[in-house]
Design a protein around this ligand. Structure first.
Ligand code: HEC
Length: 99
C-alpha cells in the first residue's frame, strides 16, 4: 500500500515536471502584450514585434537583450526572466515563420 502511494506520487511529480518543460506560448505572450499590444503590433513608442523578424532573428534579439549586448531601456531586464525554451516559444508566437 505504502509503495503504491509512493509510486503514485512519483508518477504525478514526473508528469508535472514534463509539463513544465513545454512552455505555454500564449501564457508567456501575455507578459509582452501589455506593452507590445495584443498581437505584438506595438505603438506609443513601443516597437512592433509582430512578424517583424524571423524566429532565428527574434531569438538572437532576445538573447542579446538578456546578455545586455543590445541597447535597451526595459528589455534587458525582461529578457533575463526567460529561458532559451521560453524564448523559442515566444519566437514561434510573435515572429515570422522560418523561410
Ligand atoms: C514594459 C514594456 C515592455 C514589455 C512588458 C515587453 N517589452 Fe519588448 N520592448 C519594449 C521596449 C521599450 C523595446 C525597445 C527596446 C528597449 O528600450 O528596451 C522593446 C523591444 C523588443 C524587441 C526588439 C524589437 C526590435 O525590432 O528592435 C523584442 C523582440 C521584444 N521587445 C520582445 C518582447 C517580448 C517577447 C516580451 C515579453 C516576454 C516583451 N518584449 C515585453 C517594451 C516592452
Amino acid at each position: 500500500m505504502r509503495l503504491a502511494v509512493l509510486a503514485a506520487v512519483a508518477w504525478s511529480v514526473g508528469i508535472g515536471a514534463a509539463a513544465a518543460q513545454v512552455p505555454d506560448a500564449a501564457l508567456l505572450a501575455g507578459a509582452c502584450q501589455g506593452c507590445h499590444g495584443a498581437t505584438g503590433e506595438g505603438g506609443h513608442g513601443i516597437p512592433s514585434i509582430r512578424q517583424m523578424q524571423t524566429q532565428a532573428e527574434f531569438v538572437a534579439t532576445m538573447r542579446a537583450f538578456r546578455a545586455n549586448e543590445r541597447p535597451n531601456t526595459v528589455m534587458g531586464r525582461i529578457a533575463r526572466g526567460y529561458t532559451d525554451a521560453e524564448i523559442a516559444a515566444l519566437a514561434q508566437h510573435f515572429a515570422k515563420p522560418q523561410p
